[in-house]
Design a protein around this ligand. Structure first.
Ligand code: SAM
Length: 266
């Protein structure tokens, strides 16, 4: 069998550009995503942006209970009909950025999945971080360039605010690349699937999340400058010394743990 056989959607609807609708249409990559998620037993799976069900329906075949969050109300009726023979689909017809994952979890951790709308992928990532305590893991399709930034380490040209903010709270693992031809309509860029596993909140070690975010933002706001200059209104010479960080280093050279030490230093 051709491993890259097209996957026929259960129904079709014209793609809405403003909602970042690029529907997955390649069985090979759909199977890889479902395998990466590997749903088990009583997992509580929540998919962001099910669209025409490219990932939803194969997931439902493996795991008969699924919650999806979809902003496009035109998709709700056909999605409900396509899912009915397969399992129990709960649709939350809302903007994902307005969904309180902690409330949705209601005391039982959830696993997030989604081929995300690329135009709001960073806001979705930061929104998920705020609810990391109730999230077991996340499997997201994003622009490859964004996944590269998320997973980058010190010394890389693409290591920056997104890398540090996400890696401080989660283990970030880039899984595989997906070419534009796997989607209808094809996006202009390569995509990639990433796995994020939130760290145990007790081990993150950030005293004040807002201060940490401010330090990281200021450090990378002027990434060519030394930290002494980039952070001159945020971190004092004494705080550099207390954190054991060289003030003549640049943001792109610092490990995540050093950013945490700088933010915690008093
Ligand atoms: N999962 C489907 C697939 O792989 O073919 C669709 C993925 S498509 C890239 C992104 C999906 O997110 C679309 O179904 C779109 O309507 C939905 N979406 C866009 N903005 C959204 C938002 N703010 N909240 C929830 N869903 C949204």
């Amino acid at each position: 069998m051709n491993p890259h056989s097209p996957a026929a959607p259960a129904f079709t609807a014209p793609a809405k550009k403003q909602l970042g609708q690029h529907f997955l249409a390649d069985r090979h990559y759909i199977d890889k995503i479902v395998m990466a998620v590997n749903p088990k037993g009583d997992d509580r799976l929540v998919e962001i942006g099910p669209g025409q069900g490219a990932i939803t329906l194969p997931l439902l075949r493996q795991h008969p209970r699924l919650t999806v969050i979809e902003f496009d109300r035109d998709l709700i009726e056909p999605l409900t009909a396509a899912a009915a023979p397969l399992g129990e689909l709960t649709i939350v017809p809302r903007d994902v950025l307005r969904v309180d994952f902690t409330e949705l979890a209601a005391g039982e951790p959830i696993r997030l999945v989604g081929n995300l709308p690329y135009n709001i992928s960073s806001p979705i990532l930061f929104h998920a971080l705020e609810h990391a305590a109730v999230i077991t893991d996340m499997h997201f399709m994003l622009q490859k360039e964004v996944v590269d930034r998320m997973a980058a380490g010190p010394g890389s040209k693409v290591y920056g605010r997104l890398s540090v903010m996400l890696q401080a709270y989660c283990q970030v693992i880039s899984l595989f690349v997906v070419p534009p031809g796997a989607f209808r309509p094809p996006p202009k860029v390569d995509s990639a699937v990433v796995r994020m596993i939130p760290r145990d909140p007790a081990t993150v070690g950030i005293d004040d999340p807002r201060r940490f975010a401010d330090v990281v933002r200021a450090a990378f706001g002027q990434r060519r400058k030394t930290l002494r200059n980039a952070l001159n209104t945020v971190v004092s010479a004494e705080q550099f010394a207390a954190a054991g960080v060289r003030p003549d280093a640049r943001a792109e050279q610092l490990e995540v743990a050093e950013f945490i030490a700088l933010a915690n230093a008093s």
